[in-house]
Every structure is written in C-alpha cells, then in structure tokens.
Design a protein around this ligand. Structure first.
Ligand code: 3HC
Length: 284
C-alpha cells in the first residue's frame, strides 16, 4: 500500500506543521479543527510560514501555491473517510485521543493506517481502542515541524511490520530522517530530553545561576541550538508539565517528577511563547 491521501487531526502548534509538510511533499492533505475559528488561525499560520519561506528564498511562489492547493481544512472528522493515513495531533489528552481514534475507526476504510503524534501517551492503548491495532503506530514530529528533521515512528507489540515500513517510507518521503522506537513513554527524544529540561528548572530554583547564564552555558558549552529555558518556552511549559507527569506515572523515577517551580509556572499561566510569557517575556 502507498500512502497518498493524508488526514491530520488538529491544526494547533504541531498539527499545522504536520499538515504543511505533508501538503508540501505532494500529499492531498485534510486537516481538521474543532471549530472554524481555530481552523482559520491554523491555516493562516501555515500560509504565513510558507510566505516567509518564499521571502527567504527557501521555496518558490509556485511551490507555496501547490502546497496550499493540496490542503483542505475541515471541522468534520467524516472528511477523513478517503485517507490512507490519519495522523492525530490533537491536544495531549488521553480521553480525547481515545475518542478520536474510536471515531476514525468507524469513518476510515479498513486499510487506513492511524498514527498519533503524542509525545508521551501510550500508543498501545490507542491501538486497542480501534478495531485495527495492527495498523496503528506512533508518529512523533518535533517543533517547529517544518524545520526539524526528525520523526520518531513508534511500534507496538500489535503492529504489523509492513505498516511500520510503510510509515517509515512515508516519513522519509516528507524529507525527514526516521528513527524507530518501542512503545515506552517518551520514546527516544523525550525520555532523554525531559529529565534534562526538568534538571535545568531545579538548578535555577536552587540559585545555581541565572536562566540567561544557564541558557548560554548549554548553548555554547554543548553546542545546542537553544538553551533549556528558551526550549521550554518553545515546547510549552504546560506541555512539559503534562509530559513530565505522565513519565513520572509510568516510570516512578525522581528524574521525571515535575519540579515545584514548573507547577507554579503552569498555575500562573506562564506557558511559554504561545501565551506571551514563560521563563522569558515575549510581549514585546
Ligand atoms: N520556511 C523555510 N525555511 C525556513 C523558514 C521558513 N518559513 N524559517 C526558517 N527557515 C530556515 C532558515 O532559512 C534556516 O535555513 P538554513 O539553515 O539553510 O539557513 C533554518 O530554517 C533555520 O532557521 P533560522 O536560521 O531562522 O533559525 P535558527 O537557526 O535559530 O533555528 C530552530 C531555529 C530550528 C528552531 C533551532 O533553534 C532549533 O533547532 N532549536 C531547537 C528546537 C528543538 O529542540 N525542538 C524540539 C523540541 S522537543 C519536541 O518538539 C518534542 C515534543 O514532544 C515536546
């Protein structure tokens, strides 16, 4: 089976990037949101990103236009009926994701493959919520999706090897480098990244150094493109808190326990760039 028509559930921070790269790679792509307002915001952001790309000389006007022509927005999951692959990129909420997979199972053809962009939830649980657990994988992209080269494909003990192969080829067709991991919370990247980010918050809270100096130290001392606090603001403080809780619940290891400062930031509404303030202030 070749994956041609793609559906993306959710046009938020991740979903819009995933829909963009699918459409850019030539796939007819349907992307959904829960209401017209959120859909319009997501579509406008895709157009803005593409248009910046044209300004930077990264793509032509024609490539931008054909990408937009390949994209259709919807607020109705029924429009995923003809998709070969549906990638779920909804809010990181277990119940919501399970409900989406149950609905998709009744809408899509029996051969359709389902992927979840979850960063921390259990793929096996999503697979068994459908009548096709052998056709469900994790398909984890990184933020900002159009710029980040990696995709993690997550295989469960129920998935068919051929499906993992098809999805891997699909990811490579998007111009990404694909790695395969087993279904263990956090997969490869977050399993190693989350303790690092939580560690940065702990040493800030204990007064080791300023956050600016910690960011500089990790950027220049390790050659990372961003320091941990800049990255936390990009990923989202609320998202990191959510992921840390799930990882702590799964492994019961102190390295995954969300530090008190992280919880206070979430309660204070300082969720990072998307709210205008996280560790840094983006209001200007
Ligand atoms: N269209 C096309 N290309 C564009 C573009 C656009 N709109 N905007 C930027 N680019 C290109 C640039 O031209 C540049 O290309 P070049 O290398 O050929 O010159 C490249 O993309 C990088 O862009 P910039 O130079 O503007 O920006 P930076 O060099 O500062 O890089 C970054 C930005 C890629 C975000 C980099 O800072 C980075 O890699 N940061 C780390 C991000 C990261 O770690 N993300 C993962 C988070 S974890 C996650 O997502 C998992 C989740 O589960 C939590």
């Amino acid at each position: 089976m070749t994956i041609e028509r793609v559906g993306v559930v959710g046009c938020g921070l991740m979903g819009r990037g995933i829909a963009q790269v699918c459409a850019q790679a030539g796939h007819a792509t349907v992307v959904s949101e829960i209401n017209d307002e959120l859909l319009a915001a997501g579509m406008a952001s895709i157009e803005k990103f593409l248009s910046k790309g044209v300004d930077k000389g990264k793509l032509s006007e024609e490539e931008m236009q054909s990408t937009l022509d390949n994209l259709t927005g919807t607020t109705d999951l029924a429009d995923f009926a003809g998709c070969d692959l549906v990638i779920e990129a909804a809010t990181e909420n277990r119940e919501m994701k399970l409900e989406i997979f149950r609905s998709l199972d009744g809408i899509c053809g029996p051969e359709a493959v389902f992927g979840s962009n979850t960063s921390s939830l259990n793929i096996t649980e999503m697979a068994v919520a459908t009548g096709r657990p052998e056709r469900v994988v994790g398909l984890h992209f990184f933020n900002p999706v159009p710029l980040m080269k990696l995709v993690e494909v997550i295989s469960t003990m129920l998935v068919e090897d051929s499906v993992v192969g098809e999805v891997k080829a699909f990811g490579e067709g998007l111009g990404k480098v694909v790695v395969v991991a087993r279904d263990r919370t956090g997969f490869i990247v977050n399993r190693l990244l989350v303790p690092y980010l939580l560690g940065a918050i702990r040493v800030l809270d204990e007064g080791l150094a300023t956050m600016e100096d910690i960011d500089q130290a990790m950027k220049l001392g390790c050659g990372y493109p961003m320091g941990p606090f800049t990255l936390l603001d990009l990923v989202g403080i609320d998202t990191t808190y959510y992921i840390a809780n799930i990882m702590y619940e799964e492994f019961r290891e102190p390295q995954f326990a969300p530090p008190p400062l992280l919880r206070r930031m979430v309660l204070a509404g300082r969720h990072g760039r998307k709210t205008g303030r996280g560790f840094y202030d983006y209001s200007g």
